[in-house]
Write a protein that binds this ligand. Structure first.
Ligand code: ACO
Length: 470
């Protein structure tokens, strides 16, 4: 089962296998099957909380999360198995296509990724802005829009959907802002997609197709590494064609080739962040795609949503927290004070997982791997993280089901790979772009514009008063 790419990192494989065994032991043996994997008969009934909590918005075969048992799988493959034996290239292909690639398919896909890594025009556009003064995620979002310029014909008049094809249900004819009674109709739909005219410039392709997904999966790492370099006042590195996806990302961020262990650790981190159900950033990208906007705009909105501290922005905060605590000895007092002040501790808790996040089970051992040989400040960081985990779990696990989430150890892992905290969330996007694009592609096959409602609780029959009477 061993992957040729993992020859120099068999100890990492072993760590993951051990983490999987621990997870299995804790959930009581072999993972149970999902309760149901049947297609739904729409409309379906489900309990919905504010923020659409609990709402089922669509069907998907891309990935499965079971928050009670701590299970995560992509296209039916358990996350521990993918991390132990696969690579990010295989996993992103799997998410997009639904099956693992054959040797030929993998070769062809890897060649595409290598080709699309080179984005001189996009980087030239990016560097014409003051990226070093910008939030790294804002710069990344801007960069994806520049990528769009390289790869889209959709802005041309001929490519726009024909308004005569629009089925426009009268929005006011159903009580949209009152109690829901299950209307099924989308607000705007297009009967047919306009075919790409033959005369379109050969360089420009369909900006919502598979090639655009490959372009984004390959290009977001180049953008991220370039942003990291520009923020340091340095020029971006050219991608190296002989390196793997993770290896090249490491090279472009650090300016040296990674060791097999560094390459593998980054690869595993990328696999772990590639997809995770209908999280906020995935949903944001799907909402944008559902309006028949394109995949670049979708990914841009995914990046925007991921930036928030309740979502992808938490890993950067974890590192600042560990530094603020200072040392393992100060953890108990710090936790007591924080919980008393009702503060949320970054890197803990999850909307879905009410047990240990399986991704944290892998990232924890990776963060601690061979830490005895590393610099004193890194050892201190790891010691503080371990102590914080113990303290928070012992205070909050039983009562509130609060455990470490994916962000808790990822910052320590990235720090050990020489990556600046400001680049942690962009790195999350580098990986998650596979999940965003896979889910958008899947949804677009049976597109229906997203259009939930708000329950109107405001006033009626207000009379307009002129300014001088108010
Ligand atoms: N530290 C301390 N207490 C917490 C934490 C935490 N990190 N998270 C939740 N709680 C407590 C809340 O205070 C609340 O307690 P209460 O019932 O006494 O009021 C209870 O647990 C439930 O919390 P909610 O906020 O309702 O849980 P929700 O499911 O809405 O939130 C979230 C999940 C947003 C992730 C939350 O746990 C949090 O803010 N964590 C810190 C930020 C973080 O790590 N985000 C990354 C998530 S992973 C990802 O997006 C990739």
């Amino acid at each position: 089962m061993n992957n040729d790419r993992h020859q120099g990192s068999s100890e990492i494989t072993q760590l993951i296998i051990e983490a999987a065994a621990r997870a299995r032991a804790e959930i009581g043996g072999v993972s149970r099957k999902p309760a149901s994997s049947k297609a739904a008969k729409w409309p379906i009934e489900c309990q919905i909380g504010p923020g659409l909590e609990g709402a089922i918005a669509c069907e998907s075969k891309v990935g499965y999360v079971n928050g009670t048992e701590g299970l995560l799988s992509y296209r039916g493959y358990d996350i521990f198995e993918l991390c132990a034996y696969s690579t990010y290239e295989e996993v992103s292909y799997l998410l997009l296509h639904g099956n693992l690639p054959t040797a030929d398919e993998l070769r062809e896909y890897e060649q595409k990724l290598v080709q699309y890594r080179h984005m001189n025009k996009t980087l030239r556009l990016l560097m014409s802005f003051p990226v070093e003064e910008m939030n790294a995620m804002a710069a990344l979002r801007m960069g994806t829009i520049f990528m769009r310029q390289e790869f889209t014909y959709i802005d041309k008049e001929v490519a726009k959907p024909d308004l005569n094809d629009a089925i426009s249900a009268d929005e006011d004819s159903i009580g949209m802002e009152t109690k829901p009674s299950g209307e099924k109709r989308a607000i705007y739909e297009f009967k047919k997609k306009k075919k790409k005219p033959k005369k379109i410039d050969a360089e420009l392709d369909d900006a919502s197709g598979l090639e655009a997904c490959y372009h984004l999966i390959a290009g977001v790492p180049t953008l991220t590494a370039a942003i990291a370099r520009i923020r340091q006042g340095l020029m971006p590195y050219e991608p190296l064609n002989d390196l793997s996806h993770a290896g090249n990302l490491f090279y472009m961020m650090n300016g040296r080739r990674p060791t097999p262990i560094e390459e593998r650790v980054l690869d595993v981190a990328l696999i772990l962040h590639a997809d995770h159900g209908m999280n906020a950033s995935t949903f944001a990208s799907m909402v944008v795609a559902s309006t028949l906007s394109d995949i670049y705009f979708s990914v841009g909105s995914g990046i925007a949503a991921l930036n928030g501290p309740l979502h992808g922005g938490a890993n950067e905060r974890v590192l600042h927290t560990l530094r603020e605590i200072g040392s393992p000895e100060q953890v108990p007092e710090w936790v007591r004070t924080s919980l008393k002040a009702k503060k949320k501790i970054p890197g803990f808790g999850h909307r879905v997982y009410k047990t240990y996040d399986p991704r944290a089970r892998i990232l924890g051992p990776l963060a601690k791997y061979r830490c005895l040989g590393c610099a004193a400040d890194i050892q201190n960081l790891i010691g503080t993280a371990e102590e914080l985990e113990k303290e928070v779990v012992s205070s909050l696990a039983e009562e509130k089901k609060i455990f470490p989430n994916v962000d808790f150890y990822s910052g320590v892992v990235y720090t050990r790979l020489g990556i600046d905290p400001a680049m942690f969330t962009p790195l999350f996007a580098v990986s998650r772009v596979a999940g965003w694009t896979a889910r958008v592609l899947e949804y677009m096959r049976h597109n229906r514009i997203f259009r939930p409602r708000a329950l109107y609780t405001g006033k009626f029959n207000q009379k307009y008063k002129p300014l001088d009477e108010r």
